[in-house]
Design a protein around this ligand. Structure first.
Ligand SMILES: [Zn+2]
Ligand SMILES: [Zn+2]
Length: 293
């Protein structure tokens, strides 16, 4: 028996055939919406087979270009990295970056749908992709090794994100990096704190050369006015478990959507690290990005 035939037979005859025009339209609309909700958000195929990434069908999910093997331990590149082997390399203000996937045309489309077209349906799926990369990161740095105090040797104290300017925020209505950071924080019961601000708009990075990007990035970010108090209260809470040192330290996870040259993360980590140090707090900043171009 065909599935359509089954569903029609399941309906009580008098309801189906004796309905007025309004009820029939409502019935049809509900049926249409139900069918629509069965469609993959990426390819639009009506499917009953969804992956663990909300709204993404199994066919699309197997095409996610995961970065499994990291060749550059600094920036998380899966291939030979000419940037990080350069002998005269500028100082790095973050420990390292890890990206969930490569920036393939498919990822560009998914991120574009989410970031520029405000398609909120992607938030959960991209959040889960990020979360998988976070779990891999935890495995890489902490493994199963615990200290004598039964505290993992690597754990994140604060999740924060790369900020967008007020203009961009008004334009888009949300900060895509913040949505991703909050997804990680929520799934791992970690505090999300927006520690950074972007006072000046540096324009669209994608239209600039590498050199231009680095120079405009230098003063693009600032810490939020009450960063010191926020940081201290969080660090004290996290630190009281295992240390009585006067110098306090914290591990920060800095989240963004795309890693291109690393200059955005570099500028954020620099201002964050320097301002925290002024308060006597040493930050170990680890970056996590959705896609690596
Ligand atoms: Zn699909
Ligand atoms: Zn590298």
């Amino acid at each position: 028996m065909k599935p359509e035939a089954m569903s029609v037979r399941k309906l009580p005859r008098k309801v189906h055939f004796g309905m007025g025009i309004i009820s029939r339209t409502r019935f049809f609309m509900n049926w249409l919406l139900h069918r629509q909700s069965q469609a993959c958000i990426a390819c639009g195929t009506l499917t009953g087979r969804f992956s663990e990434y909300a709204g993404i069908c199994t066919t699309c999910s197997v095409q996610i270009p995961w970065i499994y093997k990291i060749r550059c331990v600094h920036c998380g590149r899966p291939t030979f990295c000419p940037d990080c082997v350069r002998p005269v390399r500028s100082a790095r203000y973050y420990v390292c970056n890890r990206s969930a996937t490569s920036y393939t045309p498919m990822m560009r489309e998914w991120i574009g749908q989410f970031k520029y077209r405000g398609n909120e349906k992607y938030a959960s799926a991209l959040g889960e992709i990020m979360n998988r990369a976070y779990r891999a990161m935890r495995h890489e740095f902490a493994g199963d090794v615990h200290s004598v105090l039964n505290r993992s040797l690597w754990s994140v104290d604060i999740v924060t994100c790369v900020p967008v300017s007020e203009t961009r925020l008004t334009e888009r209505g949300f900060n895509q990096a913040q949505v991703l950071a909050e997804e990680i924080a929520k799934r791992n019961k970690l505090p999300f704190v927006p520690l950074l601000a972007r006072p000046q708009d540096t324009g669209k990075q994608s239209f600039k050369t590498k050199k231009d990007r680095i120079s405009t990035m230098d003063n693009a970010f600032a810490v939020i006015p009450d960063m010191a108090e926020l940081l201290k209260s969080l660090v004290l809470k996290a630190d009281s478990r295992y240390t009585s040192d006067r110098i306090q330290s914290a591990t920060v996870l800095l989240v963004d959507d795309i890693y291109t040259t690393g200059s955005t993360l570099q500028a954020c980590a620099r201002v964050l690290g320097e301002k925290a140090a002024e308060q006597g707090v040493h930050l170990a900043i680890f970056c996590l990005t959705l896609a690596r171009s």
